[in-house]
Design a protein around this ligand. Structure first.
Ligand code: PXG
Length: 298
């Protein structure tokens, strides 16, 4: 039975419970991270921890431990469950309070760390590409709760994803309130046109994806492809040479169709295929070791 970290304890999965008065449940008042471990190493652990702590600062949430301690617990969550490939979900909520909105009633935040096996997308998705549709919902604007904060309020994204599924697509594109492409419901987005890779800038109102940052590094350093962060519309995607999405769960997936329009010949592009391969090389050869044997092996 897998063990879950909750506030200093490691109960079994079926005993891992929180209060119905937790403001994470009552109001979605909290933050989270989704992190992966590959072959006994946690990919970009420090970047994920930093984003978690930035999210906490953004919502006035006091973290009950130092970031170094959090990183140790994340490593431990993979180790106590004997996993080598894992998906780690860190959730920090405002904690137990009363039924009002007042966060001062919540005396201590709740920290939950779940390390589990990961559900991968099937191989054919990487080989044949994914379908996207543009959602009628807009990405929550920077003027409200900024998308850079990975908060527990994912309902907008969940509804966009459901809309995509009902239209026969796997992911939804969300435009920002000005109508520029922001990102997908749980992934960032890129396109390639005439040898230049383009992705929305952070000010478009997006989550600063850790996979996005890794993809930019690979494009610039290994593939020598220039990357521009600029605003664009959905038509730029329709007319692109290649489109791909990036995310911890998805890694890098090529897009074959958007809103019923084929991207080029409707097949995953050559650059996207190279990116997928190089990203896999990066995830399996770098990262924080979970077990001592992996620490000395490299
Ligand atoms: N945009 C949004 C809105 C996200 O939630 C990403 C981009 C990609 O970021 P990273 O750092 O992962 O490259 C995310 C991350 C899942 C899952 O189980 C993934 C996310 C959120 C919730 C669940 O795959 N996304």
């Amino acid at each position: 039975m897998s063990k879950i970290y909750i506030d200093g304890k490691w109960p079994d999965k079926d005993q891992a419970k929180i209060s119905v008065f937790d403001h994470g449940l009552l109001y979605g008042d909290g933050i989270f991270e989704g992190i992966r471990a590959y072959n006994g190493r946690i990919f970009r652990l420090h970047e994920h921890a930093e984003r978690l702590y930035e999210s906490a600062r953004g919502i006035l949430l006091e973290m009950p431990m130092a970031i170094e301690q959090m990183e140790k617990l994340i490593v431990q969550s993979v180790r106590v469950n004997n996993l080598r490939d894992a998906y780690v979900r860190v959730v920090v909520t405002r904690g137990f309070g009363d039924l009002g909105l007042d966060m001062r009633k919540c005396k201590k935040s709740t920290v939950i760390i779940i390390a589990d096996r990961i559900e991968l997308y099937p191989d054919f998705v990487y080989e044949q590409g994914m379908r996207l549709v543009t959602s009628a919902l807009r990405r929550t604007p920077n003027q409200t709760l900024p998308p850079a904060i990975k908060s527990l309020n994912y309902l907008n994204n969940i509804l966009a994803r459901a809309e995509a599924a009902r239209a026969g697509a796997e992911e939804a594109i969300l435009l920002n309130s000005e109508g520029y492409v922001a990102e997908c419901s749980g992934d960032n987005i890129f396109y390639l046109k005439k040898g230049i890779a383009v992705t929305p800038p952070l000010y478009a109102g997006i989550l600063p994806g850790i996979t996005r940052a890794a993809a930019i590094e690979i494009l610039q350093r290994q593939l020598r492809v220039p990357v521009k962060e600029e605003l664009f519309g959905v038509v730029d995607l329709y007319q692109a040479d290649e489109v791909w999405i990036t995310g911890t769960g998805a890694e890098i997936i090529g897009i074959k169709e958007i809103d019923g329009r084929k991207i080029k010949d409707g097949r995953v592009g050559r650059l996207t295929k190279n990116l997928v391969k190089l990203y896999r090389g990066m995830t399996t050869s770098t990262g924080t070791p979970v077990y001592e044997a992996d620490a000395v092996a490299h």
